[in-house]
Design a protein around this ligand. Structure first.
Ligand SMILES: Cc1ncc(COP(=O)(O)O)c(C=O)c1O
Length: 376
């Protein structure tokens, strides 16, 4: 059997990893400034993470959601405390798309409505409802197009209210900071007005923190820079440092009923153990403080690269925009300098999403490489 070829691949085969480094099958060392799409939060193979997962696997790897699982309760408590969202209720699933799928479904159950407002350049995943609110017609099949979504520009609150007045909108979904689209974000006044309008028109405000959450922005959730409380928050990526996991944080006004949502694998013993280790390390190693320190350093050092047009994003969720397409630059960084970075829908944007354990010395390595490549 062959693989279904949906991914264009770089010719690198990592076989082991440690903190911010990957090692390939020839034992060549790569600096990971991309974390496999912003997934590696506490560094690769963190000793606490590995020890806890091995220990849990020896005890119990999986049983269904029909039994008591104290690890889920422990995770909900710990997540509520660290994220400063203790009043929310937690539903656990397996991926970002699934988290958004459930969030949208909840919004529709709650309001009895079905149209969704989303934003230009958004990315929310590839499953049915999640892809329908993603602003990319190429990845929406005719089946997905049955769902009605209205895509609006970020930061135009007048247009949002015009749509809400039609009284058929169940949810507004917005990324804390846009990821795949290219690191644009709503202004504080826009987020605050969205929160108020959702209340006024009985729509549910869903904050997709799948990429921008878990400390990456320097706060636990990026929306916390705007002092709002969304109705639903979705998480995945950094949540379990590579173990597949998603979460839906649900405000108390949305009430659960048996059978409303469900999953076979979501919140299993291994995933919860992985997620608990991530929270422990974020806290004990003060990784959110590290995000602020290293990202400030990055912002000052990147000024040395005169070809940079704009730096976007926040914390360790950064986009460096040039006035040329960066695909060749990314290839040179990988093959000539052994540095992983990411791309975006905006082809001129280099995306930097390192593990939150990244240091200033790692940033120096990138700056040196960029200087050398761009002076050729
Ligand atoms: C903001 C955002 N939402 C949702 C998703 C989908 O997550 P997953 O690939 O885990 O389904 C992604 C993935 O890149 C994302 O960046």
């Amino acid at each position: 059997m062959n693989l279904f070829e949906v991914y264009p691949l770089y010719d690198v085969t990592p076989v082991k990893a440690k903190d911010c480094y990957l090692y390939d099958d020839n034992n060549i060392k790569y600096l990971d400034l991309y974390g496999g799409h912003g997934v590696i939060s506490i560094g690769h193979t963190h000793p606490i993470y590995v020890a806890k997962l091995k220990n849990q696997l020896d005890k119990l790897g999986f049983y269904s959601n029909a039994i008591q699982n104290p690890l889920q309760v422990e995770l909900a408590n710990k997540l509520g405390e660290i994220s400063k969202c203790p009043e929310y209720n937690l539903f656990l699933c397996n991926s970002g798309a699934e988290a958004n799928e459930n969030a949208l479904k909840l919004a529709s159950f709650q309001t009895g409505k079905s149209r969704v407002i989303s934003f230009q350049n958004s990315f929310h995943g590839r499953t049915s409802a999640a892809v329908a609110v993603t602003d990319n017609p190429k990845i929406n099949a005719p089946l997905n197009k049955q769902q009605i979504t209205t895509f609006l520009p970020l930061n135009d609150i007048g247009l949002v209210e015009t749509e809400l007045k039609k009284n058929d909108v169940c949810a507004i979904i917005i990324e804390g900071i846009q990821g795949v689209g290219g690191l644009d974000q709503g202004r504080t006044d826009f987020f605050v007005a969205l929160e108020k309008l959702c209340d006024d028109y009985q729509a549910i405000l869903i904050l997709d923190e799948i990429q921008s959450g878990y400390g990456r922005s320097g706060k636990f959730f990026a929306f916390q820079y705007h002092n709002i409380k969304p109705d639903i928050i979705t998480t995945a990526k950094g949540m379990a440092n590579g173990f597949p996991m998603g979460g839906v944080l649900i405000a108390p006004k949305l009430k659960a009923s048996y059978g409303m949502l469900g999953t076979t694998f979501g919140g299993n013993h291994m995933a919860c153990t992985a997620a608990l280790s991530v929270l422990e390390v974020i806290e004990t190693e003060e990784l959110m403080e590290n995000v602020i320190e290293v990202s400030n350093y990055f912002l000052s050092e990147i000024k040395q690269i005169t070809q940079v047009k704009k730096v976007k994003g926040r914390g360790l969720m950064t986009g460096v925009e040039f006035n040329f397409e960066v695909s060749d630059l990314r290839k040179q960084l990988i093959y000539d300098y052994q540095i992983f970075t990411g791309g975006a829908l905006n082809k001129n944007l280099l995306r930097i999403l390192p593990p939150l354990t990244v240091t200033k010395a790692h940033i120096d390595v990138l700056i040196k490489a960029l200087k050398e490549i761009l002076s050729k």
